[in-house]
Design a protein around this ligand. Structure first.
Ligand code: MCN
Length: 769
C-alpha cells in the first residue's frame, strides 16, 4: 500500500540540494526592477505627488501614480463576495486618500533595485493628515472619522448566526460565565517574502507572470478583468515557494501593478518584497475581541453560548471578504453540543493593514475562546477540565451533526467524529495522571507547572471542485496534472502516492505538474486544507480512469479476461504467465492512432466540507520572576480519516504547531495610537525558534472516522496543528499560575504580559488552587 506509507518527500532532494527555483531566481533578459512608494501615514489626503527628482535620476525608467493607471475596478473579493463590501475594496494604488501605513502610492521602475529604491525615496508625496482610526472602539465611536466615502459607517459587515433561543436559555441556566477575550494581530511571515515577475511579448500579446501561488487560475482571471486582456493570453507560472500559510498568493495590489508596468514598458519587470514591506503590506490576521457568555446546568452541561465578536479588518476588505469572521462564528461551538448559540460579528475597518486568512483562520481565535470557557466551566462545577469536556462532546452516534451555522456558503455539518477518543489519545500521549501528580509535587516545591487542553474541530476540503489529469506517454512515463498549487505542503509526493496506488507504481515513477496555467489550464487551487481532499480525490478518479483504459486495451492486446490481468512496474501481464504482457509504453504507443498517449481528465466535485478534529495538550512551566513560559511537553492527537502520508501529516501538525506557539507566546503586529506599525523587523516581531519549541511533540495520527464525503475517506491536515495551540498554551498558563490568581484572557503570553497578569492578580485577585 502506498497510500498510508510514510514515503520521503519527492520534492526534497531538489530543494535540499539548493536546486529549487524561487521567484527571485528567475532570470530574464532586460529585466528591470520595481519599488513602491508606500504611505508613511495611517490616514491622510494625498495632495500633490512630485516625481520630478526621482524621474531625473539616472537609471529610472518609469514612475506611475494612481492618476496614470487606467484601471476602473478595485481588487475583487475571492471568497464570499457580497455587494455591501464594494465601497471598501482596495485599488492597486491609493486614490486621493491613504488608509494604512504601507499602502502603495507610487510605483517606480529602474534598471536595478538600488536605483529603484533610491528613486522611491525622493518621490515627494504631500499628505494632509487625517485622524487615524487606531482600533475598533474608535472606529465605531459616534463621531468616528469615516474611512471610506462610499460607506456611512466603518462597519464593513455585520454577521449574525446561530441556532435556538440563546437568550432564554441563558436566563434559565444554573451557571452563567461571562468574559472578554482578545487575540492579537499577527499573521503568516514566510521566510521567502512575496515577489512577482511579469513579462509581456508585444508580438503575440502574451503576458507571463511568475510568482503568485495558491490560486493561480483565480488570479489570472482577476488580472485579465483588470487589464482587459483575455485570460488565455496570460500565463501564470508558480515557482518553488518558501511558505505560504494563507497570506501568500492572494491577489494583492502588486499583482496588478507589476504586470501592468511590464505591458507599458514592453520589458520584464520584477518586484521582490523586503521584510519591512511584508510586515505592512501582506495580509494581517487574527485580531479579534470576544464578549462571550456561556450558560450551563449546575453539573456542567452547556445550554447556551452567546458571543459578540469584534474583528479588526484593517483598512480595506481584501480578497477574503469576511471569511475569517464568518469561520470564527461558524466553528466556535467546536466539538460540543450547544443547543442554543448565537454569534454576532462586527467586521470593523481601522487604519491598519488589511486582513485575510492565516493558517486555521477563525478557528485559532474561536478555539482559544471556547476552550478557555470550558476550563472556567470546569472550575465553576468543580471537576477536572477533562471531565467537563467529556460531559459535553457530541457523541459519534449523533453524526452527521448540524451545528446550526454556515460559512463560505456551506452549512456546518460535522460529517464524522469521535471526539472523546482523540481526547483519550492525547491524554495517553502525555500520561495525564502522571503529569498531574508531578505537577502537584512541583507545586509543593514552588514551581509553576500547568497542563492545558484544547479540543479542536477543523474544517477541510472546501469545494466546489478540483481537476486532475493523468497521462501515460509513449515512453510509458506517468504525469499527473493538478489544479492545486504548492505552499510547501508536500503535494507532489502525496498526489503521486494516490496515483501510484491505483497504477501499482512507485512514487518516483510519477511526475506531478501544478501551478502553471499553460499546462493546467483550469483549476481552483490550494487553501482551506482542500488539497488532499478535493485535489487528491480528483487524482484518484483520473488515475482510475487511466487504469481502466490501460486494462481495457491490454484485454484486447493480450486476448485475456480483465480479471486475469496483473498490473506491475508499468506493465500488464496475464496472471501466472509473466511473459505474456504488454508495457504501458507499448499500449500508449499503440493508442496513438486515436489519441496522443493514454490519458484521463477528471473533476472531483464536492458541496460539503469535512471536519477533521483532535486534541492538543500543552505542559508548561512559567517562571514567575521573569514571566518566561517554557513548553515542557506537547501532544496532539488528530483524526484525518485516513493519512495519505503519515510522515507528511506529522510534519504538518508539528509545523502548524510552531506557528501556533508563535501566536500564543510571541508574535504581535503592534500599532501605536498614530497607526504606525511598530514591529517591522524580526528584531521586534518575534518568531518562535528551535529554542521555543518543545523538545518533543507527541503526534498521534488517528484514522478512526474516515469521511464518506470523498472516495479516499480523508480529511485535511494542514491547519490542525495551529488551531489548538493558543488555547492549550493559554489554559496551561492559567493552570500553572492558578495558585497566584492569574487567569489568561488574552494573547500573546509574552513575558511582560505574564508579569503584568501576576502583578494585577496580586493587587486585585484571589488565589485559587
Ligand atoms: N495529507 C495527507 N493525508 C491527509 C491529509 C493531508 O497525507 N489525510 C497531506 C497532503 O497531501 C499535503 C499535506 O498533508 O501534502 C496538507 O494537506 P491538506 O490538509 O490537504 O492541505 P492543503 O494541501 O490544501 O494545504 C493547505 C494548508 C493550509 S490552508 C495552509 S495555510 C498551509 C498548509 O496546508 N500552509 C503551509 N501547510 C503548509 N505547509 C507548509 N510547509 N507551508 C505552508 O505555507
Amino acid at each position: 500500500m502506498i497510500i498510508g506509507a510514510s514515503v520521503k518527500r519527492k520534492e526534497d532532494p531538489r530543494l535540499l540540494a539548493g536546486r529549487g527555483c524561487y521567484v527571485d531566481d528567475v532570470r530574464l533578459p532586460g529585466l528591470v526592477q520595481a519599488a513602491l512608494v508606500r504611505s508613511a501615514h495611517a490616514h491622510a489626503e494625498i495632495g500633490s505627488i512630485n516625481v520630478a527628482r526621482a524621474r531625473a535620476m539616472p537609471g529610472v525608467i518609469f514612475i506611475a501614480t494612481a492618476a496614470d493607471l487606467d484601471v476602473a475596478q478595485p481588487i475583487p473579493v475571492r471568497l464570499g463576495p457580497r455587494p455591501g463590501q464594494r465601497p471598501f475594496l482596495q485599488f492597486p494604488l491609493a486614490r486621493r486618500q491613504v488608509r494604512y501605513v504601507g499602502e502603495p502610492v507610487t510605483v517606480v521602475v529602474a534598471t536595478d533595485r538600488y536605483v529603484a529604491e533610491d528613486a522611491a525615496d525622493v518621490v515627494e508625496v504631500e499628505y494632509h493628515r487625517l485622524p487615524p482610526v487606531a482600533n475598533t472602539d474608535q472606529a465605531l465611536a459616534p463621531h468616528a472619522a469615516l474611512l471610506h466615502e462610499g460607506g456611512t459607517t466603518n462597519l464593513a459587515d455585520r454577521l449574525v448566526m446561530g441556532t435556538g433561543e440563546p437568550d432564554a436559555a441563558l436566563a434559565r441556566a444554573g451557571i452563567r460565565i461571562r468574559r472578554r477575550f482578545g487575540v492579537q494581530r499577527h499573521s503568516g511571515v514566510p521566510l521567502e517574502t512575496r515577489g512577482i515577475i511579469a513579462s509581456y511579448d508585444a508580438g503575440s500579446g502574451r503576458l507571463s507572470v511568475w510568482g503568485p501561488t495558491k490560486v493561480p487560475h483565480f488570479n489570472r482571471r482577476v488580472l485579465s478583468d483588470l487589464l482587459g486582456i483575455p485570460a488565455d493570453r496570460i500565463r501564470f507560472i508558480e515557482p518553488d515557494v518558501g511558505g505560504g500559510f494563507g497570506v501568500r498568493g492572494e491577489f494583492y495590489p502588486e499583482d496588478f501593478l507589476i504586470p501592468w508596468v511590464a505591458i507599458r514598458l514592453r520589458r520584464p519587470v520584477k518586484w521582490i518584497e523586503d521584510r519591512r514591506e511584508h510586515m505592512v503590506a501582506a495580509n494581517h490576521s487574527r485580531e479579534q475581541i470576544h464578549d462571550v457568555e456561556l450558560g450551563a446546568t449546575t453539573d456542567g452541561r452547556i445550554v447556551a453560548l452567546v458571543d459578540r465578536i469584534c474583528v479588526d479588518m484593517g483598512a480595506y476588505v481584501r480578497t477574503h471578504g469576511v471569511t475569517v469572521p464568518e469561520l470564527t462564528g461558524a466553528l466556535l461551538p467546536g466539538p460540543y453540543r450547544i443547543p442554543h448559540y448565537r454569534a454576532e460579528i462586527a467586521c470593523v475597518l481601522t487604519t491598519k493593514t488589511p486582513t485575510g486568512t492565516y493558517r486555521a483562520p477563525g478557528r485559532y481565535e474561536g478555539t482559544f475562546v471556547r476552550e478557555s470557557m470550558m476550563d472556567l466551566l470546569a472550575r465553576a462545577v468543580g471537576v477536572d477540565p477533562v471531565e467537563i469536556r467529556r460531559r459535553n462532546f457530541i457523541p459519534p452516534q449523533e453524526m452527521p451533526f448540524r451545528v446550526g451555522t454556515a460559512a463560505l456558503g456551506v452549512e456546518t455539518v460535522y460529517d464524522t467524529g469521535a471526539y472523546a477518543s482523540s481526547l483519550d489519545a492525547a491524554l495517553a500521549a502525555v500520561d495525564y495522571p502522571r503529569m498531574r501528580a508531578s505537577q502537584a509535587s512541583a507545586r509543593a516545591q514552588g514551581r509553576h507547572i500547568g497542563i492545558g487542553l484544547a479540543c479542536v474541530v477543523e474544517k477541510a476540503g472546501l469545494g466546489p471542485w478540483e481537476i486532475a489529469r493523468v497521462e501515460v506517454d509513449k515512453a510509458g512515463r506517468i504525469t499527473v496534472y493538478s489544479g492545486l498549487a504548492s505552499l510547501g505542503q508536500g503535494l507532489e509526493t502525496t498526489l503521486a502516492q494516490v496515483c501510484a496506488e491505483e497504477l501499482h507504481l512507485s512514487v518516483e515513477e510519477i511526475t506531478v505538474i501544478h501551478g502553471d496555467t499553460a499546462r493546467v489550464p483550469v483549476g481552483v487551487g490550494t487553501f482551506a486544507s482542500r488539497g488532499a481532499v478535493v485535489g487528491g480525490s480528483a487524482v484518484l478518479l483520473a488515475s482510475r480512469a487511466v487504469k481502466d483504459k490501460l486494462l481495457d486495451r491490454a484485454t484486447r492486446t493480450l486476448e485475456a479476461a480483465r480479471e486475469d490481468l496483473v498490473m506491475e512496474r508499468r506493465r500488464i501481464f496475464v496472471r501466472g504467465v509473466p511473459s505474456r504482457g504488454v508495457t504501458f509504453a507499448e499500449l500508449a504507443a499503440a493508442s496513438v492512432a486515436t489519441e496522443p498517449g493514454i490519458s484521463a481528465t477528471q473533476i472531483f466535485r464536492v458541496s460539503e466540507m469535512t471536519y477533521p478534529y483532535g486534541t492538543h495538550v500543552a505542559v508548561v512551566e512559567v517562571d514567575s520572576g521573569t514571566g518566561h513560559v517554557t513548553i515542557l511537553g506537547y501532544a496532539i492527537a488528530y483524526d484525518v480519516g485516513k493519512a495519505i502520508n503519515p510522515m507528511i501529516v506529522d510534519g504538518q501538525l508539528v509545523g502548524g504547531l510552531a506557528q501556533g506557539i508563535g501566536g500564543a507566546l510571541l508574535e504581535e503586529m503592534i500599532y501605536d495610537s498614530e497607526g504606525q506599525m511598530l514591529a517591522t523587523t524580526f528584531m521586534d516581531y518575534l518568531l518562535p525558534t528551535a529554542a521555543e519549541m518543545p523538545h518533543t511533540v507527541s503526534i498521534r495520527i488517528l484514522e478512526e472516522t474516515p469521511t464518506p464525503l470523498n472516495p479516499l475517506g480523508i480529511k485535511g491536515a494542514g491547519e490542525g496543528g495551529t488551531a489548538g495551540a493558543g488555547a492549550a498554551i493559554a489554559n496551561a498558563v492559567s493552570d500553572a499560575l492558578g495558585p497566584l490568581g492569574v487567569e489568561v484572557v488574552s494573547l500573546p503570553l509574552s513575558p511582560d504580559r505574564i508579569l503584568e497578569l501576576i502583578r494585577s492578580a496580586q493587587t486585585h485577585g484571589h488565589a485559587r488552587g
